[in-house]
Design a protein around this ligand. Structure first.
Ligand SMILES: Cc1ncc(COP(=O)(O)O)c(C=O)c1O
Length: 399
């Protein structure tokens, strides 16, 4: 028997968080109370009117195959959302409904990248960007950002990174793992650079759009000079607490949308009929739930920033969106206690799990070895307990 997988599969890695999750489970099985700050999803249930729409969809027999690009009524509602909330004009045939934003990203990357094309990825980035580019046989070109600029890439840095092989700029705003939010001014400067380089496309991942603590969400698709080279990625997971429903979408130039529909048609077919009907209710319904979640995340953000500032050696900043904070922890590298020598963020993250019983994700998963990602998608008292435990545990380390 030949157990060798394809080169394509060898090119991608399994999630770096697996070891942490395994250890978390082992400790939980022993009855230890682990506070999970590694989570990547809202801790709120899906709002009731969305659940009701799904139940109605089942009762009304929306249980057959769906059109590959999504139900036309949902695609229309998405164009209305893009106009209402983002002032963006799209036609229905420019919208592709996908199995989560992740599939929209995969569709776009596989549609646009040829072997050895260069993809600009500001670091820290969301884990799957790197792996999807690997799958497409593209070359990642990382642009390291600084905590002092809230982990945002500048237009100048993008300009400097561009080569004749550059095909795509891929980023998220608000971002995972840093919670960076780009302003209209910053995006305008980036758009000017992209405008000058006619072969470059922008994949703008806006899945955290509704978790924004600084005001209105800005999309780079608002700049008409480059709109025909922008692919907007979005979905229901984060803003509507619908991670398990697997419903995302893209808004793109028609030729890109057509190609993604072609790919999806052979790969997964259309997204779930029930989730699509639920998404219509979400996008047309009262946004009071989304606003409520945003307010709760903002309060938790304020709390965690305050508490983290009291932890000696953690360099922090103020995340402007999403539900993560990504402090620089390198002042702990080289510290020891009687059984561990902290060499890097992975060691520190594992130490915090074993000793403080707080699960986090080391920055290496996001291309930045100096930091650790803490999710604040959990209740305030848990955040308080976690920060207290971490502070006390770190005291046991010495030079
Ligand atoms: C930046 C970013 N983009 C996309 C996704 C995928 O979202 P979905 O659940 O819609 O596939 C995530 C999920 O964690 C994310 O953090």
């Amino acid at each position: 028997m030949n157990y060798t997988t394809s080169k394509r599969i060898k090119r991608i890695s399994v999630s770096q968080t697996l070891e942490m999750s395994k250890r978390s489970r082992e400790l939980r099985d022993k009855g230890i109370d682990i506070i999970d700050m590694s989570v990547g999803q809202p801790d709120f249930p899906t709002p009731p009117h969305i659940k009701q729409a799904a139940k109605d969809a089942i009762d009304n027999n929306f249980t057959f195959y769906t059109p590959v690009a999504g139900y036309t009524d949902l695609r229309r509602v998405i164009t209305e959302k893009l106009k209402r909330e983002n002032n963006l004009d799209y036609t229905i045939d420019q919208i592709v409904v996908t199995n989560g934003a992740k599939q929209a990203l995969a569709d776009a990357i596989l549609t646009l990248i040829n072997k050895d094309d260069e993809i600009l990825v500001p670091t820290p980035y969301w884990v799957s960007y790197a792996e999807l580019v690997n799958l497409a046989e593209g070359n990642k070109k990382f642009i390291k950002t600084s905590i002092d600029n809230n982990f945002k890439v500048t237009a100048e840095e993008i300009e400097q990174a561009i080569t004749p092989k550059t095909r795509i700029l891929l980023y998220s705003s608000p971002s995972n793992p840093a919670g960076s939010v780009y302003s209209a001014k910053e995006l305008s400067a980036i758009a000017e650079v992209i405008e000058r380089h006619k072969n470059i496309y922008v994949i703008s991942d806006e899945i955290y759009e509704h978790i924004n603590f600084v005001g209105k969400h800005e999309s780079i698709a608002q700049f008409d000079s480059i709109k025909d080279r922008v692919i907007v990625i979005n979905g229901m997971s984060k803003g509507y607490a619908m991670t398990g429903w697997r419903l995302g979408y893209m808004a793109a130039p028609k030729w890109i949308a057509d190609s993604c529909i072609k790919l999806q048609g052979q790969y997964t077919s259309g997204a779930s009929s029930i989730s699509q009907k639920a998404a219509i209710a979400a996008l047309q319904g009262d946004n009071i739930y989304t606003m409520g979640m945003n307010q709760a995340f903002k309060e938790r953000r304020d709390l965690i920033v305050d508490l983290m500032n009291e932890i000696p050696g953690f360099k922090t900043y103020v995340p402007e969106g999403a539900f993560y904070i990504f402090p620089d922890v390198k002042s702990y590298f080289g510290k020891i206690n009687n059984y561990i020598n902290i060499k890097d963020a992975s060691d520190l993250s594992m130490f915090l799990l074993n000793e403080a019983h707080v699960a986090t994700v080391p920055g290496s998963a996001f291309g930045d070895d100096d930091c650790i990602r803490f999710s604040f998608a959990l209740g305030k008292s848990k955040i308080e307990t976690a920060m207290e435990r971490i502070k006390n545990t770190l005291r046991t380390l010495s030079e």
